[in-house]
Design a protein around this ligand. Structure first.
Ligand SMILES: Cc1cc2nc3c(=O)[nH]c(=O)nc-3n(C[C@H](O)[C@H](O)[C@H](O)COP(=O)(O)OP(=O)(O)OC[C@H]3O[C@@H](n4cnc5c(N)ncnc54)[C@H](O)[C@@H]3O)c2cc1C
Length: 624
């Protein structure tokens, strides 16, 4: 029986206004309203909301419709031209970076969106959604792989335009005047994306703030999921650097959350999952010192046979433990089914000579042909001044020099093995006529824009597997996993090996404590793109997708077999994860549930596999 029929049957409709709201929303069968419901807000009500948010209520169109309705039109051509540009996608209120996931979700627009400018706009939208029993959804950068920033028939709060940034030399969280020393910090609007923060903090101010590796991930979503960037092995998780948040809770209150004021909410916002506890309007993050150099080590090793590949993996495990298991080395190694190992690592605080020296024994090992391994292509080990790492204009001006070094701009080159600082072009640029000057994205992240996911899983890899007596077991599992799919070890997303203070900060977050004792996060994913159901020529391949999902799963099962209590990173994980509470938050889950009950007792904020989502239907509309 639906809710209206139920109320009619028991004659209780007249009681609704006098029932406390939480009792209404907490009752079984409670359903949120859809546009087809008679009780959907009237035009006049929407008009009032529009006035309350300064005219920033937008009826949401679905940009992909033109590909179905008028595929030969100029508009369709323009859309296809831009669909792999993450800035174009991010600018569309009705789109998300991933377009869907086979058998899981496909992006759908909300009915209306509030393009919020500040916490008051957000509060107006939260109050409107709560009072009208609407499904509410929050979108920042739209980078959720799990589709948690889109929902049909909903009201969207969109933070895209909230990217004011303010540096502080001596910030003290509100109410902490007696307990916390003033420190360097930066306050960013919740919609600030990585490149905006790096430009202000690193390029302009010569400091460091922990954002994501991907330049278009938004800090609002990143911090609430934990958040790792290329140099997290040195600075810790993004959540660990949060000093204070301004957040609108389900009751419409604008609250400050920090270590002294609403400390429970503050803790939950640090990794408890985006879109579950409230809408963050701004955040203040600790600012760190920059090293002199950031750099990269980039090369591929090919093994001639399965046996040689086993040997290569075994060697790299022990080499990692001995030489790379520290805060200088982040980012990735890719383990491929074609018996190739790709090193794609980021370097913190070493110049190229120092970095080259670290790798030399391994390169010598490869060069010794008895191992049946060889370098494919170039070896690139180089550094640049750290302050230029995210300086888009610097990259634009210097890339010819970097590609063809002349004058010692690059620090130390390995002549014998061929050096060339960074493969070019490393950045793609937004070429739309009205694009911002810093609209750039790493080439490596470009493949994910507008993709339709087939499978995605992750696993924190305990550092205990690097002990001498466990290394063979780890190497065997890595080899076994590589028989099923290409996977990646993200060393910057496991904090074992990080400085103690970075680990301490991450310990005081809601992220699964497994992150503290893991040397890496293993990630395996497969997808196609651009694809979306119903678009001729761009249909998702469901059969291929299901097969790929099985391969992805088998791959990760080989690694899970050697990991007790497997944990996964909430933001980069399996939509179909069965034990997600344990996997994402481990022993922190029970505390998160209590905080959810305190600040959002009626479950206004719902996301797939988010804290408290067990009480709702899969679409977040109905109490179960
Ligand atoms: C190409 C790509 C690269 C990535 N690289 C990295 C990486 O290097 N490191 C890493 O740690 N992760 C990475 N991720 C994962 C990413 O950090 C998370 O998906 C993150 O949550 C995205 O935040 P967003 O605001 O951009 O996305 P959204 O999809 O807008 O938001 C993600 C979730 O947070 C919620 N949310 C967003 N803003 C707010 C807010 N202001 N208040 C409350 N809830 C909010 C949304 O409702 C949603 O549930 C990557 C993802 C992609 C697609």
């Amino acid at each position: 029986m639906n809710r209206r029929a139920f109320l009619k049957a028991v004659g209780a409709a007249a009681l609704i206004p006098v029932l406390p709201r939480r009792v209404v929303a907490a009752s079984a069968n409670f359903s949120r309203r859809r546009p087809s419901d008679a009780a959907w807000p009237s035009e006049a009500a929407w008009k009032q909301l529009n006035e309350a948010v300064g005219g920033n209520l937008i009826p949401v169109e679905f940009p992909l419709s033109v590909l179905k309705n008028d595929p030969d039109s100029d508009a369709a051509k323009l859309l296809l031209k831009n669909i792999r540009n993450p800035y174009f996608v991010g600018d569309q209120v009705g789109l998300t970076e991933s377009l869907g996931w086979v058998d899981a979700w496909a992006t759908k627009p909300s009915v209306y969106a509030v393009a919020a400018r500040n916490a008051h706009d957000i509060a107006a939208a939260v109050n409107f959604a709560r009072e009208n029993n609407l499904r509410l959804v929050v979108k920042g950068g739209g980078h959720s792989y799990q589709g948690t920033s889109n929902a049909p028939d909903s009201l969207l709060i969109w933070t895209r335009h909230m990217h004011d940034i303010e540096m502080h030399t001596a910030f003290v969280p509100n109410g902490c005047e007696r307990t916390i020393q003033p420190q360097a910090a930066v306050t960013v609007g919740a919609g600030t994306i990585g490149i905006q923060a790096y430009d202000a903090v690193t390029t302009k101010a010569g400091k460091y703030v922990q954002g994501g590796g991907c330049l278009t991930v938004c800090l609002g979503g990143l911090i609430q999921s934990g958040g790792f960037g290329s140099y997290s092995k040195h600075y810790g998780s993004a959540a660990g650097s949060l000093l204070e948040a301004e957040v609108v809770t389900a009751d419409g209150q604008i609250r400050i959350a920090n270590a002294c004021t609403n400390p429970d909410l503050f803790w939950a916002l640090k990794g408890g999952g985006g879109g579950s506890f409230g809408v963050v309007s701004k955040m203040t993050l600790r600012v760190h010192e920059l090293p002199e150099f950031f750099g990269t080590a980039n090369f591929t090793v090919k093994a001639a046979s399965d046996e040689a590949y086993r040997g290569l993996i075994r060697e790299v495990v022990s080499f990692y433990r001995e030489h790379l298991f520290n805060d200088h080395w982040g980012e990735q190694a890719h383990v491929n089914p074609e018996n190739t190992l790709e090193i794609r690592m980021a370097i913190h605080g070493l110049d190229a000579e120092q970095a080259k020296k670290v790798w030399q024994p391994f390169l010598d090992w490869v060069a010794d042909s008895s191992h049946n391994c060889s370098i494919e292509g170039r070896v690139t080990i180089g550094s640049i001044p750290a302050r230029r790492w995210w300086d888009v204009q610097w990259w634009k001006e210097h890339w010819p020099e970097i590609a063809f070094p002349r004058d010692g701009l690059l620090h130390g080159l390995l002549d014998d093995v061929l050096l060339h600082v960074i493969p070019q072009p490393v950045l793609n640029f937004d070429n739309r006529p009205d694009a911002g000057p810093n609209n750039a994205w790493w080439k490596g992240d470009g493949g994910q824009v507008a993709w339709f996911i087939w499978g995605f899983e992750s696993l924190w890899m305990p550092a205990s597997l690097l002990e001498n007596d466990a290394q063979q077991r780890l190497a065997d599992a890595l080899f076994a996993a590589s028989r099923h799919a290409w996977f990646e070890l993200h060393f910057n997303k496991g904090l074992a090996g990080a400085p103690p203070e970075a680990i301490e900060r991450a310990k005081d977050t809601a992220t699964n404590p497994a992150v503290l004792t893991s040397f890496a996060l293993a990630i395996v994913a497969d997808a196609q793109g651009p694809a979306y159901p119903g678009i001729p020529g761009h249909e998702p391949s469901v059969d291929d997708g299901r097969k790929a999902r099985a391969r992805v799963h088998e791959c990760m099962e080989q690694l899970r077999a050697i990991v007790p209590n497997p944990g996964a990173y909430v933001s980069e994980s399996n939509y179909f994860e069965k034990r997600w509470q344990q996997a994402y938050w481990g022993s922190n889950y029970a505390r998160l549930v209590e905080i959810k009950k305190k600040y959002d007792p009626d479950g206004l904020f719902f996301v797939h596999n988010g804290v408290g989502s067990e009480g709702w239907s899969a679409d977040g509309f109905t109490r179960v």
